[in-house]
Design a protein around this ligand. Structure first.
Ligand code: NDP
Length: 317
């Protein structure tokens, strides 16, 4: 189905930055269309307590924060649609977005499609996703009540997952591939002080056991210093090893960094061959690998929205 009208703005992604952009553009009466993508609500929707978003002295649950942002955007006229972008044509004006066989035309585009959880990409891991292998502690932790589990990673995500999972698991083994932890001091200390969390450093996962049984039975581990292998019996493996940017659709259309994050100028302006691409803005984790906080994502969503308003005004709309 081709829409007859051309939209003023379309926002890709309904995480913190996309929804902030939606609130601002909706309040400016631009009736933004928000395409929710394959992870509606973004990363806040799969997290638990957010303690550092200003305005909630006692903290706020991530899903609640996102739900409130959605309601706020919809109240001002934003339209949210569950849809996954298949391709985009930025060479035409208005831009054309393909959603399956549908085409949506828009004068401006805000890319807020964020970054998705990274996997180890072991065949055994991939075979057991949903059968004890998970990247979302909040979603799946409950299923492992009374069991022993493993968390992979050495950053804040891994610490947060490990701490959260102690609510259910009797023991959490945190496996980090190096001796060095990327996690902030406060998170690392909290995890290290927890009696249910054990640390295994300098260790990699070679195989997830249980493919035949279709249920995680354990992990085959390797110590990187000694080369020694061992088996860790666990019922689940949770990944906390960072994220991949969701910008594949823009390969060749916009400048990306070597890891696939969108490069921006003055915060939210996209470029191609270092020249600004008019009308296309990027905000949130898709273009920010430095701060990656809910509040910075929201801030850049606001900036993108204001730039959209300015761009449309300058182009007589
Ligand atoms: P990070 O990039 O900080 O850490 C990723 C971790 O995963 C590193 O320990 C890395 O190891 C490891 N890793 C990466 N790839 C692999 C692999 N293939 N196999 C094994 N290990 C791997 O990502 P996070 O998601 O933890 O954090 C991202 C950002 O979000 C940070 O800025 C963080 O502070 C923030 N954050 C904040 C939270 C909070 O404040 N509550 C909660 C969660 C995240 P290596 O070091 O060897 O590369």
């Amino acid at each position: 189905m081709h829409e007859n009208t051309t939209r003023d703005t379309v926002i890709l992604g309904s995480g913190c930055s996309g929804l902030t952009a939606a609130i601002y553009t909706a309040r400016a009466n631009l009736k933004p269309l928000v395409l929710e993508g394959h992870e509606p609500g973004g990363q806040l929707s799969i997290t638990t307590l957010v303690e550092n978003f200003p305005g909630w002295p006692e903290g706020v649950q991530g899903p609640e924060l996102i739900e409130n942002m959605k309601r706020q955007a919809v109240r001002f006229g934003a339209e949210l649609r569950m849809a996954h972008l298949s391709s985009v044509d930025l060479s035409k004006h208005p831009f054309e977005l393909k959603i399956g066989s549908d085409v949506i035309k828009t004068h401006t585009l805000i890319i807020a499609s964020g970054a998705s959880a990274r996997w180890l990409n072991l065949p055994s891991e991939q075979a057991l996703i949903g059968h004890g292998v998970s990247s979302c502690a909040t979603c799946d932790g409950f299923f492992f009540s009374g069991k022993e589990i493993a968390v992979i990673g050495g950053g804040d995500s891994a610490m947060e997952e490990a701490l959260f999972l102690t609510r259910f698991a009797t023991k959490v083994t945190l496996i980090n591939r190096s001796e060095r932890f990327r996690a902030s001091k406060i998170m690392l200390e909290r995890a290290m002080a927890h009696p249910q969390i054990k640390f295994l450093s300098n260790t990699t996962v070679e195989e997830v056991l249980g493919v035949e049984e279709k249920d995680v039975k354990g992990l085959r581990l390797k110590n990187r210093a000694s080369g020694e292998e061992s088996i860790l019996p666990v019922s689940a493996m949770f990944l906390g090893i960072g994220h991949e940017p969701n910008a594949k659709a823009f390969t060749g259309l916009l400048d990306l960094d070597p890891d696939g994050y969108i490069l921006t100028k003055s915060n939210v302006f996209t470029t191609l061959n270092e020249e600004i691409v008019p009308g296309v803005f990027a905000c949130g984790d898709i273009q920010d690998r430095r701060y990656r906080q809910a509040i910075t994502a929201a801030g850049s969503g606001c900036m993108a929205a204001l730039e959209v308003e300015k761009y449309l005004e300058e182009h007589g709309r």
